[in-house]
Design a protein around this ligand. Structure first.
Ligand SMILES: [Zn+2]
Length: 231
């Protein structure tokens, strides 16, 4: 089931306050057009009736796609600083919504789900892209850890950054570089896909080093950057 709700927000261009209808809950398997919007970076996009500007109204939303095993809570980027609190809440919400279901068929489907938390619509789009490309989100975050370390001198000028997978073509994974202090990409970084294969081969080693990525809903190497503990 998808659900809508009305969110009041001000246009960043002209300041006009308006009500916008957004998804509170979106079932991507049932609404493929809405899922395509998420992938295209058009999630929670609103038009201002005053000046015609298009802008994102970032608000909490649940994204579910059972065939693709996705159960993702999306929160505004501004909430990332309180990630530990949100992570606990998402874990509890998942246990309440998805835990013990009386219908055995539903329970079987639910057993294949794990809760996921993302901050910002770019990361929600990335989560869908990763599944579409047949990649493992956790190993991809491990690859980002390696990439951030290996390119520390190059990335220094941007300050702390996050890497968001934009495409995978040929042997190249292209990441957008987004400074943690900003919300839009400032550059791109290409990483050979063979590096992901090598991370995958050493999966258990990475699982030990970045255990939280394999056991917590916020599957994001940024958690180590914010804690100052990326090794
Ligand atoms: Zn406006």
């Amino acid at each position: 089931m998808s659900r809508l709700r009305v969110v009041r927000a001000a246009c960043p261009a002209c300041g006009q306050q308006e009500e916008h209808v957004l998804f509170a809950s979106l079932n991507g398997a049932r609404l493929p057009a809405a899922a395509a919007d998420v992938l295209a970076g058009r999630f929670q996009l609103a038009d201002c009736a005053g000046c015609g500007a298009e802008f994102h109204v970032e608000a909490e939303a649940l994204y579910v796609d059972m065939p693709r095993r996705l159960w993702i809570v999306h929160l505004p980027l501004a909430e990332r600083a309180r990630w530990a609190e949100h992570e606990r809440r998402v874990t509890e919400l998942f246990a309440k919504e998805i835990g013990a279901h009386p219908d055995p068929q539903v329970a079987e489907l639910h057993a294949e789900l794990t809760p996921r938390l993302v901050f910002g619509q770019r990361r929600l789009a990335e989560a869908l892209r990763v599944v579409e490309l047949g990649l493992d989100a956790r190993l991809l975050e491990c690859l980002k850890a390696v990439t951030l370390r290996d390119n520390v001198a190059t990335l220094l000028e941007f300050g702390p950054v996050e890497l968001v997978l934009a495409s995978a073509e040929g042997g190249v994974l292209r990441f957008e570089l987004i400074p943690l202090a900003a919300s839009a990409p400032v550059a791109a970084l290409d990483v050979p896909r063979s590096l992901l294969a090598s991370v995958t081969e050493r999966g258990s080693e990475f699982q030990d080093r970045y255990a939280e990525l394999f056991s917590h809903p916020w599957i994001d190497v940024t958690r180590y950057l914010l804690a100052g503990s990326l090794t």
